[in-house]
Design a protein around this ligand. Sequence first.
Ligand code: ATP
Ligand code: BTN
Length: 324
Amino acid sequence: MQDNKYKQHTVKLQIIKFLSDGEFHSGEDLGESLGISRAAISKHVKGIQEWGIDIARVQGKGYQLARPMDLLDQKVIQASATVPVELIPVIDSTNQYLLETFHQRESGCVCIAEYQSQGRGRRGRKWQSPYGSNLYFSMYWKLEAGVAAAMGLSLAIGVAIVDALESLGARDLKLKWPNDLYYQDKKLAGILVEMSGQTGGEAHLVIGMGLNIDMRVGDNSIDQPWANLSQVFDAEMPTRNQIVIALIQAWKQVLDQYEEQGMASFVERWNALDNFKDKPIKLLMGNKEIYGIGKGINAQGGILLQTDQGIETYVGGEISLRKA
Ligand code: ATP
Ligand code: BTN
């Protein structure tokens, strides 16, 4: 059940559903179908535009989306998922939602959204989350081994995302330490692992992923090169529902393996996917910059850097890796 903080936005969601076919819909027809005035429709459309949806209004024809929209369908996803899946189309942050409500949930449950008003990345950075064009996906996971075992989790989940997308036909996906999916040297997805607390020896974790699918945003709104999954697939693009189903399956599989065998069992696969293997990189730690050649990760998930002093290992969430 959704509490008051998570408004249902019923009328706006119905308007989006009508418009998702990419055809024109007049204000009059929409108003009639939904039992409200044309003026009310116009007001709702303005609100919808604030969620990052591109809607045009043409005199005499009505409203039309810039392109058809492939909407998420909870029932379709749930029918193929072995864990509970909650779709909250409009939310502040799927990670935040599970952090606040995990007490009532089982480990492995998933929350997805069409739009996040406060999507976040690491260290409070903003994650651009326009409606309907990406995936905002979070899973609650109770890690029996406790927080000390969580260090490599974002690396293992990176492997799970590649597994899921490759099972749908994607190729040439790469990983960047510690939490990004890359395509052609651009950021395609980001992973954010957050901890809500510990009970006994168990850590309550929320693992979130933002995956760009077909996002159009102004050039300046993201301050680094980024990519869309539509570029990876060209023509044969799977639906967003199919992508979610594949992700749930792969994440569950990888997390079970992570619990049983630990980070070491992912090292070889991760290193084969490393975008910066044998390339000049720098590690940023506060004001400090360390230059070297990327040498992949070790069994604990630390990044290996070849420097004049030999191979050095770095661990910790405060480090950012950049091309040198
Ligand atoms: P780090 O290497 O420390 O992880 P990062 O720049 O990737 O560095 P993150 O906190 O992981 O930082 O991700 C947030 C950053 O991602 C934002 O500052 C912005 O540059 C970028 N970003 C925000 N939204 C998106 C998006 N939808 N797709 C791709 N990149 C995005
Ligand atoms: C990063 O690259 O820093 C990680 C970005 C993680 C974004 C996802 S979108 C779903 C989940 N909810 C959030 O607020 N953040 C994560």
